[in-house]
Design a protein around this ligand. Structure first.
Ligand SMILES: C[S@@+](CC[C@H](N)C(=O)[O-])C[C@H]1O[C@@H](n2cnc3c(N)ncnc32)[C@H](O)[C@@H]1O
Length: 323
């Protein structure tokens, strides 16, 4: 019975607006019911099921959403309509493997052109945290390559901290306007250029960049493709250049937690072959290419645990030139 109760309670609490209401205003069941025109007894029974599973909390009779779930239920990245569209695809994924985004890169570009601005808003605070940590160690005129740049939220934050730095944004053609709009909005158009195309095939200048940012990209690829992408990009670094990998790393929880499993399912619903690689896995891929100096910059914890790995090669290592 539990699984049915949980499923039914969560669905009706989402669809009726009950959870969104509790984000805005902790309430007793009867207060929430009155505000939303719902039945007080039904609301009370549903909220109790969710409370016993820790999905909501109660304080002196008032129900409230715990901080760790707030971001999932309110904008800009985690609003309910957006999430509902993604999760509604679960039965299709289970039956046929069908995902929201199609596999080929053309479809990917069209899909991401719709969402990257929202992602940019979601990551703005973390991007500034990373830029503050990273910028002081970079040359004033650092050349930065942003791979799968989207809105450019991570690299443009670096430009704001480094007066003569320059960003090259690499993304699929339909997504490029989103980067250009973001650069224009920040008054940074004089210090950016574009490499439009597939990051597996577009020609990237060799030995040209002090920093290569790869943010929220590796989890879109299978392990084999993620490793191939890293191998393809490394020759574009200048000596002692840095690779900056920003991603949702579930490593502090470890594998096997609800948070990791839920995020893996969410990615799996959207992109064929996508998976949240563990931090230890990504560190191993870096070590195999002689990126032995790795600094971890913790970013935000919710809705997923994010961090940046800032990695440099050991110049003496024999693994350096290996492809
Ligand atoms: C999850 S978004 C991340 C955007 C941005 N880095 C951020 O963190 O907000 C992934 C980005 O990778 C781009 N992308 C996906 N596959 C790509 C490919 N094969 N070649 C170039 N860009 C790609 C998408 O268009 C999208 O902008």
């Amino acid at each position: 019975m539990e699984i049915f109760a949980l499923h039914a309670a969560a669905e009706s609490a989402l669809e009726s607006g009950l959870l969104a209401h509790l984000v805005a205003r902790p309430s007793r069941a009867e207060e929430a019911a009155a505000a939303l025109g719902l039945d007080a007894r039904g609301v009370s029974l549903v909220l109790e099921v969710l409370r016993t599973r820790g999905l909501i909390e109660a304080d002196e009779g008032r129900y409230l959403i715990p901080p760790r779930l707030r971001r999932e239920l309110e904008g800009p990245g985690g609003n309910v309509p957006l999430n509902s569209t993604v999760w509604a695809g679960t039965p299709k994924l289970v039956r046929s493997g069908e995902t929201l985004f199609r596999g080929h890169v053309g479809a990917r570009g069209a899909a991401y052109s719709e969402v990257v601005a929202r992602l940019g808003a979601l990551f703005e605070i973390s991007a500034n945290t990373l830029a503050r940590a990273l910028a002081p160690d970079l040359p004033a005129d650092a050349r930065i390559l942003d791979v799968g740049s989207g809105s450019g939220v991570w690299s443009l934050a670096l430009l704001a901290h480094r007066g003569e730095a320059w960003v090259t944004a690499l993304d699929l053609e339909p997504v490029v306007p989103r980067f250009e709009e973001a650069a224009r909005a920040r008054g940074l158009t004089e210090r950016v250029d574009i490499l439009a195309g597939d990051y597996f095939t577009v020609e990237v200048p060799r030995g040209a960049f002090d920093v290569i940012v790869i943010a929220n990209v590796l989890h879109l690829e299978t392990p084999e493709r993620a490793v191939a992408l890293l191998a393809r990009l490394v020759p574009s670094l200048r000596p002692r250049g840095r690779v900056v990998i920003v991603d949702a790393f579930p490593s502090l929880d470890g594998d096997g937690t609800t948070r990791h499993a839920a995020y893996a399912l969410h990615l799996g619903l959207r992109v064929p072959g996508a998976y949240p690689h563990l931090e230890s896995t990504v560190r191993r891929w870096l070590a195999e290419r002689a990126f032995d100096e790795v600094e971890r910059v913790p970013l935000e914890d919710e809705p997923v645990l994010m961090a940046a790995l800032v990695a440099r090669q050991d110049p003496a290592s024999e693994k350096r030139g290996r492809d």
